[in-house]
Design a binder for this molecule. Structure first.
Ligand code: GLY
Length: 304
């Protein structure tokens, strides 16, 4: 029988990706509401974080799950996801191609003897667990891809701070390299505080577009895209190649450990990243819940 857990002291912050339109905030609010509802059922902040990310993965506007960006071949999708909490649960997957909800697979990894599964092994685990396979590529995904192809132009850097010629030299697709004017690198995420002082974080992404096949960003790397500890939980969004260099989530958690007010800690974290690289952070601590970005970033928040 379901228990009715009390919400006083509960907090959840969600984001739909740095650089995503603010009009998508309704999706972030839906995710936050779903997370809260799940918490009321189970009392587990990790369940709440996973439930919130599931909502994003089912909303095709976001670059995660069913809305994930296509690779330049127009057919391949490679997704990353992760979870972590203060009860010692840690799980991540990377380069997964055939799972409808990567966040459920990341959650399942936390119950295995491992913390990170990639590629075929991760896809096989999904089948073994009976998780739903990815849906066929949708018209929306194809439209997004067609738009990207249309914008192809070599004059604008593919990713902030990364020379286009790097891709030219190392490209590993059969299709010829074409360089886009704009690129995707969004993540979705949720951080949760429960009234009993536990914290959880969950994140999911279709990765960046374009990217080399096999590329993994920050979302699957503990301490970079996500971190949870006894003082709070932090999630990052933006260009993974920048975020991992600063182990951004753990670095910001370090500022929290030092006693820095949360908004200041997030701002300082954002300040570490090269300007021009869209970056965002969300976090909860024992007393605060906040977000910060160097660009537009839709978010949702419930604090009780
Ligand atoms: N932040 C998502 C990625 O770079 O893969």
């Amino acid at each position: 029988m379901q228990k009715n857990h009390k919400p006083q002291g509960f907090a959840i912050v969600t984001h739909g990706g740095a650089g995503e339109p603010l009009e998508f905030a309704d999706g972030c609010a839906n995710a936050a509401r779903s997370g809260r509802a799940r918490f009321l059922e189970t009392g587990d902040p990790l369940d709440a974080a996973v439930a919130a990310v599931l909502v994003f993965e089912e909303d095709e506007r976001f670059n995660a799950g069913t809305g994930s960006v296509l690779c330049l071949d127009g057919a391949t999708i490679e997704m990353d996801a992760s979870i972590m909490d203060t009860r010692g649960r840690l799980g991540a997957i990377a380069g997964v191609r055939d799972v409808r909800n990567p966040i459920l697979l990341a959650r399942a990894v936390a119950d295995t003897p491992h913390v990170l599964l990639v590629g075929e092994g991760a896809d096989r685990l999904a089948r073994a667990l009976g998780l739903e396979a990815a849906r066929p590529v949708s018209d929306k995904q194809r439209e997004k891809h067609a738009k990207l192809l249309k914008e192809l132009a070599g004059s604008v850097p593919l990713m902030p701070g990364i020379d286009n010629r790097m891709f030219d030299r190392f490209w590993n697709y059969k299709t010829p390299l074409q360089l886009p004017k704009s690129a995707a690198h969004d993540t979705v995420g949720a951080v949760v505080r429960s009234p009993d002082g536990h914290f959880a974080v969950a994140g999911s992404t279709g990765g960046s577009a374009p990217s080399l096949l096999g590329r993994v960003g920050d979302t699957a790397i503990v301490g970079s895209g996500f971190y949870a500890g006894p003082l709070g939980a932090v999630a990052a969004t933006g260009v993974g190649e920048h975020i991992v260099r600063h182990m951004l989530a753990r670095t910001v958690y370090g500022y929290i450990e030092e006693g820095m007010p949360l908004q200041q800690a997030l701002q300082r974290g954002i300040g570490l990243i090269d300007r021009g690289a869209d970056t965002g952070l969300i976090a909860v601590t024992k007393t605060e819940a906040a977000s910060c970005s160097n660009t537009h970033m839709p978010t949702g928040k419930i604090v009780q």
